[in-house]
Design a protein around this ligand. Structure first.
Ligand code: CS2
Ligand code: MG
Length: 426
């Protein structure tokens, strides 16, 4: 939904004739806005003495308030008086200055600052971010949607609905016989929200049943829709390296676009074993927050797609570094784009996706209508692709009056135990 769609009278703020970057843009305020239009989002708004402001996403699903505290207590005071033009220097200050480097909380706080400063730079120059990055490498960005069902039949039908919506790439997840709630099987058609309770919901997992069942789903999908659709699947960290290798091998006949998060990737070496056994393309990285999490995976070509995101990996400044590093070894981008990443991240990611030469695909889980109202934007979906905006900056705003109507709601992600009670990976 574009800003004009949400409010046809929305002022087209043309900053280019007002500011430029020939003079300092002094940061006068840095405020954290928490809103929950259907799910929690954390947004940082940075204001400057020239009137131009920028916003960044700092949402960490299930741990939102930890980033709020990190920003309010340790970052925002540092920013006041700084020159907003100095994006790189600010990034280096917040990364090296933390001493306790890396981690999801720190890097999301840095990402929020980084994206807000890029937004300011774009507005000051009157340029959309893809122009600041080096211009477009493509006019539209291929995306994939999430189809799921409680059983194979339902999932096959859901994939058909996504094909009818124009998607050329679809992630398919299905219930597993004997398991009450398998990963990725949502409630309702479009808006799958895993953070479903104020304390973690306990789920039960059985990899053996899962490994026996998933190939049947993709066999049915290929029998039904043929070789054309790009099919994806998310293992969501559930397997041991050998189990992951078994799944990759069993899915080879069905020509997946990628198999994601097959095993917890703290152990980057695990992917050497998996790679020895299967040619199914591998994607990993939505939980990564710096290049150090994926350096070995990339330079040893153990993966095919890197899923690190704008909000998760320190913003545009760091994600650009990861993408350039990945391009040296032929690894493509495949940014995470779940509903728990705000439209600010989606808007910024689409500028990145339009520019990045080693683009792979962009995940696109639609936000709810109330979320789109709180975050007016100028990107749009069109027949399986997203069209990035042309407004200065990342093109996403926040309606603070509307945001205030949706107070924070405590929510946490589920946890998973094996059938014998062993705590496992959700
Ligand atoms: C999933 C995510 O979209 C994906 O690939 O792994 O939806 C993930 O479950 C959520 O982002 C967790 O908050
Ligand atoms: Mg995933």
């Amino acid at each position: 939904m574009s800003a004009a769609d949400s409010d046809p009278n929305a002022p087209e703020t043309d900053w280019s004739d007002r500011i430029g970057v020939s003079r300092p843009l002094v940061i006068t305020a840095a405020r954290v806005i928490v809103t929950s239009p259907g799910r929690n989002f954390v947004t940082l708004k940075i204001e400057t003495d020239q009137g131009v402001y920028g916003i960044g996403d700092a949402t960490l699903n299930g741990r939102e308030l930890s980033v709020v505290a990190y920003l309010n207590e340790h970052i925002c005071p540092l920013l006041i008086g700084r020159d907003a033009r100095r994006i790189e220097d600010t990034w280096q200050l917040l990364y090296r200055g933390a001493y306790w480097r890396r981690g999801p909380v720190t890097m999301r706080a840095i990402a929020a600052v980084d994206v807000a400063l890029w937004d300011i730079k774009g507005k000051a120059l009157g340029a959309p971010l893809h122009e600041l990055l080096g211009g477009k490498s493509r006019d539209r960005v291929m995306v994939y949607g999430h189809a799921n069902g409680s059983d194979i039949g339902e999932t096959v039908d859901a994939v058909g609905r996504y094909i009818d919506l124009g998607y050329q790439a679809i992630r398919a997840q299905t219930g597993v016989p004997g398991l009450v709630n398998a990963y990725g099987v949502g409630r309702g058609e479009l808006h799958y929200e895993p953070a479903d309770a104020s304390l973690p919901t306990e789920t039960v997992w059985d990899t053996r049943r899962y490994l026996a069942h998933v190939p049947k789903l993709f066999e049915r999908l290929r029998d039904t829709y043929g070789p054309e659709p790009r099919l994806l699947h998310d293992g969501h960290h559930r397997m041991t390296p050998l189990e992951a290798a078994q799944l990759g091998k069993s899915l080879e006949p069905f020509d997946l676009f990628w198999l994601e998060d097959v095993t917890p990737a703290e152990n980057q070496e695990a992917f050497r074993l998996i790679r020895q056994h299967t040619t199914t393309p591998l994607a990993v990285g939505e939980v990564f927050n710096t290049i150090w999490d994926c350096k070995d995976l990339i330079q040893e070509q153990l993966i095919d797609y890197i899923r690190a995101t704008i909000v998760g990996a320190g913003g545009l400044t760091h994600l650009r570094r990861i993408a350039d590093f990945a391009s040296v070894w032929g690894v493509r981008t495949g940014c995470h784009g779940a509903t728990d990443l705000s439209p600010v991240t989606m808007g910024t990611a689409l500028h990145f996706d339009a520019w990045v030469p080693n683009f792979g695909i962009q995940e696109y889980m639609r936000h709810t209508p109330e979320t789109d109202e709180v975050f007016p934007h100028d990107y749009r979906f069109e027949a399986g692709f997203m069209i990035p905006g042309e407004r200065p900056g990342h093109g996403v705003d926040i309606d603070e009056t509307l945001a205030a109507r949706f107070p924070y709601v405590p929510r946490q992600l589920p946890v998973a135990r094996l059938t014998d009670g062993t705590m496992w990976n959700w």
